[in-house]
Design a binder for this molecule. Structure first.
Ligand code: ATP
Length: 213
């Protein structure tokens, strides 16, 4: 029996943008993933110094982004447990939930560069079957250096072929706040929601609170 191949794509998704969707869809195609779990991180350990939109808003935005693709699923694993939400723990929990599946963790090249600073990166690499990496403009990926810090890493890496996309959530938030064009950097349903809820005009003015999740 062939094992189910599951992708795990974690992020803040504030907001989800076409860079995320292209990464996810290319990874799904190139790594032959049966489905892809979008793990929304409530409170990312590496973004403690930034203001992040309330979880309820990010969940609505993420559902708007992925809701029309039956092989994309919102995964509540990090939303339903107290932090800190380390990727290694997320993977352990998902492996318990799907004991016979193969797991592919998906990240951008900037996150690959930062991987040695994550909690227990070697353990994370041991637990997964593959690390799908989509390069990002300006990322600095030195595989030899990374392998020295996390042995076993290069054997697990699968680079995803895709155009380099100079798109980030931060840049989109800044564009909206400055009244600049941003419409086609996000999926249409995300654009409609941002307009309807008047998000990102000024920091986190919205009627939706975390208690609504
Ligand atoms: P922010 O600008 O707020 O830091 P972001 O656009 O980097 O956000 P995240 O939710 O932090 O989005 O990213 C989730 C994952 O998606 C990370 O692994 C990140 O490297 C990857 N990613 C985001 N945008 C791109 C892109 N344009 N190309 C490749 N990977 C990307």
């Amino acid at each position: 029996m062939t094992r189910e191949r599951i992708g795990i794509f974690g992020g803040t998704f504030d907001p989800p943008h076409v860079g995320h969707l292209i990464l996810a869809a290319e990874a799904q195609d190139q790594l032959r993933l049966d489905r892809l779990l979008w793990v929304l991180t409530p409170d990312p350990p590496h973004k403690q110094d930034q203001s992040i939109s309330p979880l309820a808003i990010r969940m609505k935005l993420l559902m708007a982004a992925i809701g029309d693709n039956p092989s994309f699923e919102l995964c509540r694993v990090d939303m339903d447990r107290p932090g800190p939400h380390y990727a290694v723990d997320t993977v352990k929990i998902l492996k318990e939930q799907y004991p016979s599946a193969e797991f592919f963790y998906l990240i951008g090249g900037d996150s690959l560069h930062d991987l040695p600073t994550w909690f227990q990166p070697r353990r994370l690499i041991e637990l997964i079957d593959g690390l799908g990496v989509m390069r990002r403009p300006g990322d600095q990926v030195d595989l030899r250096n990374l392998e020295q810090k996390i042995s076993g890493l290069s054997a697990k890496i699968c680079f995803i072929e895709a155009p380099l996309l100079e798109i980030s959530a931060r840049q989109i938030r800044q564009r909206i706040a400055a009244g600049r064009a941003y419409r086609y950097y996000v999926p249409p349903a995300v654009f409609r929601l941002i307009e309807e809820l008047k998000l990102y005009r000024q920091p986190f003015s919205s009627a939706i609170a975390d208690s609504d999740v």
